[in-house]
Design a protein around this ligand. Structure first.
Ligand SMILES: C[S@@+](CC[C@H](N)C(=O)[O-])C[C@H]1O[C@@H](n2cnc3c(N)ncnc32)[C@H](O)[C@@H]1O
Length: 111
């Protein structure tokens, strides 16, 4: 999900495509090991996205250091909006969340 509209006004937050319900649905739909990839250049939306995602235990944030989420991974396509955001002096972040193995499978393996 690359640079989805952040809907910055509080009265419009219900329109955000990332919310607790959609995050749970993404976790339902992703295969084990599958990735949800989200980019944003909006600091308020970034905080919102992280709060929603960190509340979903089936999706683990794939961050390894303070800088890696600032760098677009080589296999993510650049977009026109990203170009414009950088030209305007904004700093995009690129967030990867990996679907953890379902607990059913862990239970059946005896883990
Ligand atoms: C800033 S543009 C980014 C377009 C493109 N992904 C890019 O990076 O160049 C935001 C896009 O979000 C779409 N959008 C509209 N409503 C949305 C919603 N509720 N949640 C997320 N995205 C929405 C718009 O149609 C628009 O194409």
């Amino acid at each position: 999900m690359l640079f989805a509209d952040p809907w910055p006004k509080k009265r419009h937050w219900k329109r955000r495509i990332i919310n607790a319900a959609t995050v749970a649905r993404f976790a339902d739909l992703l295969a084990d090991g599958g990735e949800l990839r989200i980019a944003t250049d909006d600091p308020g939306y970034r905080r919102w996205i992280l709060a929603c995602l960190l509340g979903e235990p089936r999706l683990e944030w794939q961050v390894t250091g303070p800088r890696d989420w600032r760098q677009r991974p080589a296999d993510w396509p650049p977009t026109r909006y990203e170009e414009k955001a950088i030209a305007a002096g904004r700093r995009p972040v690129f967030l990867r969340f990996r679907r953890q193995p379902s607990t059913d499978k862990l239970a059946s393996r005896g883990d």
